[in-house]
Ligand binder design. Structure first.
Ligand SMILES: [Zn+2]
Length: 69
């Protein structure tokens, strides 16, 4: 859990929202490439997101997983 706190400390704002020019406090640590798809559980593969962005990404990944299977 220290790693999660470290990521949130390094990235206080949601990365997706920042790309849209919005500063939204991050509260979830996300794997850029999901572990199920071979993503690594290390810092370069982690990003901080706000809850709505994290849920949207998770939903898209579940849809993609269904499409692949
Ligand atoms: Zn966001």
């Amino acid at each position: 859990m220290r790693e999660r706190a470290a990521v949130l400390a390094e990235e206080p704002f949601c990365r997706v929202c920042l790309e849209r020019g919005l500063q939204v406090a991050s509260d979830e640590v996300d794997h850029v490439v999901p572990l199920a798809w071979g993503g690594r559980d290390d810092r370069p593969n982690k990003q901080a997101l706000c809850t709505p962005c994290h849920e949207a990404k998770s939903k898209a990944e579940r849809a993609e997983a269904r499409r692949r299977s």
